[in-house]
Design a protein around this ligand. Sequence first.
Ligand code: SDX
Length: 427
Amino acid sequence: MSKTATLEFDGKKYEFPITVGTEDEIGIDIKKLRGEAGLITLDPGFKNTGSCESAITFLDGEKGILRYRGYAIEDLAEKADFLEVVYLLIFGELPNKEQLEKFTNDIKEQSHVDEEMKKILDGFPKSAHPMGVLSSLTSALIAFNPSSVDVSSEEDMYKAIVKILGKFPVLAAWTLRKKNSLPLNYGDEDLGYVENLHKMMFEKPNKTYSVDKAVINALDKLLILHADHEQNCSTSTVRMVGSSHAGLFASLSAGISALWGPLHGGANQAVIEMLENIKEDGGDTKKFMEKAKDKEDPFRLMGFGHRVYKNFDPRAKIIKKSADEVLGQLGIEDPVLDIAKGLEKQALEDDYFVKRKLYPNVDFYSGIIYRALGIPVDMFTVMFALGRLPGWIAQWREMRLKKEPIGRPRQIYTGENHREFKPLGNR
Ligand code: SDX
């Protein structure tokens, strides 16, 4: 394979080096393009543009492969627990017993939030969307943890990382409790990370907390499946904000806002709302399929399609299987699960979807499980953020440790050429 790519423009030839990844992905290194040829590239949505080299997550969209640090998502979802995957993503190796114990204890040490944070939460109306609350609270944490901002040493980064891993579940749980008018509590540090989160979310005053292990296992698996996904919209946002050295918490707050959008993490909420609409409308999935195909109709089949996967999203396969298991274990019949399966079957046989390689993605079935676990629909994307937190952290840390430059894309200007100023009286 050639070591360079040649660009010919205006009678001149320019050579650019080729970068080959460990999974044989090939990139043209155009760092010198503008300097040598006076040209830039133009790629709205960055569909053909790599922003970085990363050793964290590998996706093969054609084959439907997803690996965290080389481990297959199927293995991790089946055999690991969430905190092991958090450690793997951030530090690159599965932890041994001692490492996991220390990591767990360091996080527990940080699993409290300054009391004044409750006043900030108190300022929100109960109707506020949890993602907006969570993004604000994450940013507000900076005021109480100023040492988490200027972190250039690995040790300072580690301190900021365990701080947010300890405090974020509290903020997420308090966001839900505020909506349910429940006292803002803490969990029980003798419980595992995920069970403690569940307890903080759902414990009721004057009632003994108990939970079906199937619920915790399902939640743990869902968080693993959402943990990282290379350079998606919200992760690219975290890297972009982090590249200005604004600090980890500010970068995460921006990532939460990016994830909120219905084209991204907000899709899990939009899927359930869509399925409920179809059910209310009499369950005629064909009618909604036609709407999704009609260019004049803004309706899209939420939970379908993906920028990278042009085959099944491996996470969707695992979640679909888990939905059947969890609903069975909990003895829940959810009519929208059958509607979802019917839609999937129709789409996989429909030329419009087949031609565009539109398959169910991670968001198509996840909401059905969240609902079975008693999580309100406007908290679904908060659950996505709880899962994605370690991925955002890992990608931010990799970017900072590699001392990557501040992100600042170019543009092609298409506005007015120079013109003289006209005083008000002459306009
Ligand atoms: C996530 O990037 C990641 O890794 C994200 C994520 C992660 O883990 O971080 O995987 C999480 O965000 C999953 C995606 C969740 N979003 C949705 O489910 C929303 C519905 N999906 C679409 O909006 C869309 O598929 C995107 C946003 C996911 C991808 O959009 P692209 O890559 O920009 O593709 P496109 O919009 O250019 O679509 C290509 C064609 C178009 O038709 P044509 O112009 O070629 O005729 O496919 C059509 C689109 O109209 N199309 C759909 C469709 N998705 C794409 N038509 C109907 N329904 C859909 N869902």
